[in-house]
Design a protein around this ligand. Structure first.
Ligand code: NAP
Length: 323
């Protein structure tokens, strides 16, 4: 810990992939962290790790009011990319974000740092449009805020890198591996059929960014006055196509894999069929998002936060270490 800072930072979505890493980074930076989660098992787990905890569902304003009371700032990490029952883009990504912003303002929280997604825009895919709607709720709420729109965030233990690794490892057997819920059989079958089915041309471009670079900017934005009201797009320093990502992951995992490309129309048919599976490898919303270039101009975020962005391959190695 570098120094002890005064003030408590509330983190919504603290049990998720980013939340797990970010709560640790905040604590290492000397902040007191209040983890907002919605299950009692997560509450107990995080309390045991020494965090302040509160039960809060972003669709439930009173729980948020209690969870945010007394906090200096809040970092909002809750969003869904897969809808399920009443957990829709509208109820979680837009209304849930509006609820967090309103509750934070009422509680007297100084600022809200909101993690949105690169590509958020009013006329993009349903998912990205819902992220735009969430951003708009933050801007309209009147709370002091900073918004980040990251590309894929790379880090150990989850997120995009782990998903890419599973696609590379299991190839055409990936949906079956998910259905079986584990086991070695499909890994062995994949070794006999060493190809990766790529949905679409494989030429969609991305800028995967290291978690450390995102956290550097997020942590600075808790204390700096000059970034209030700003929206920052943030990607890594390398622009890579989906094919290049697959090849890089295969190299890191030391697997020899070819690629088979499925044009968007038949690929879309497969994705629609996946809907029948209890745990589909990809949804139609995720598929649509994968077909759109996800790149940005990093100049503003790099200059403002003096970032030295970590190269993609270095970040990938760390994210998959131990895999
Ligand atoms: N990971 C990336 O590469 C990436 C890239 C760009 C932007 N982002 C953004 O960063 C944020 C965090 O991403 P992530 O990868 O950490 O996502 P994640 O692993 O899916 O975590 C999402 C978190 O939200 C919680 N949550 C979902 N619905 C909730 C609700 N109704 N009320 C309260 N909590 C709820 C989940 O809790 P449960 O554990 O109870 O389900 C989980 O803790 C998201 O806004 C995401 O879009 C992530």
């Amino acid at each position: 810990m570098s120094e002890t800072r005064r003030g408590t930072i509330a983190v919504t979505g603290a049990s998720g992939f980013i939340g797990t890493h970010l709560t640790r980074a905040l604590r290492d930076a000397g902040w007191t962290v209040r983890a907002l989660v919605r299950s009692t098992s997560e509450l107990d787990r995080l309390r045991a790790r020494g965090y302040e905890v509160a039960l809060a569902d972003v669709r439930d304003r009173p729980s948020l009011a209690a969870g945010l009371a007394g906090c200096l700032a809040a970092i909002h990490l809750v969003a869904i990319i897969r809808e399920s029952g009443s957990a829709t883009y509208e109820s979680v990504n837009r209304q849930g974000t509006a609820n967090v912003a309103a509750a934070a303002k009422t509680a007297g929280v100084d600022r809200l740092v909101h993690l949105s997604a690169l590509g958020a825009g009013p006329s993009s895919t349903r998912y990205l449009a819902s992220r735009w709607a969430g951003e708009e709720e933050v801007r309209r709420s009147g709370i002091r805020h900073v918004i980040f729109r990251p590309s894929f965030i790379m880090g150990p233990g989850g997120g995009a890198a782990q998903q890419f690794a599973a696609v590379v490892r299991y190839g055409p057997w990936y949906p079956f591996q998910l259905m079986a819920g584990g086991g070695r059989l499909f890994g062995s079958l994949a070794a006999l059929t060493p190809v990766i089915p790529v949905l679409g041309s494989g030429r969609t471009r991305f800028m995967p960014v290291d978690r450390g670079d995102v956290f550097d900017a997020v942590l600075q934005s808790l204390e700096r006055a000059d970034v209030l009201g700003e929206t920052f797009e943030i990607g890594g320093p390398d622009v890579v196509t989906y094919d290049q990502i697959m090849d890089a992951v295969a190299r890191v995992l030391r697997l020899r894999r070819g690629k088979i490309h499925l044009p968007p129309a038949p690929a879309g048919m497969f994705v629609r069929l996946f809907k029948l599976l209890p745990n589909p490898p990809i949804t139609l919303d995720e598929f649509e998002t994968l077909l759109i270039d996800n790149v940005c101009d990093n100049t503003k975020v790099v200059r403002t936060f003096r970032l030295r962005l970590r190269p993609f391959v270095e970040s990938l190695h760390e994210a998959l270490r131990g895999d």
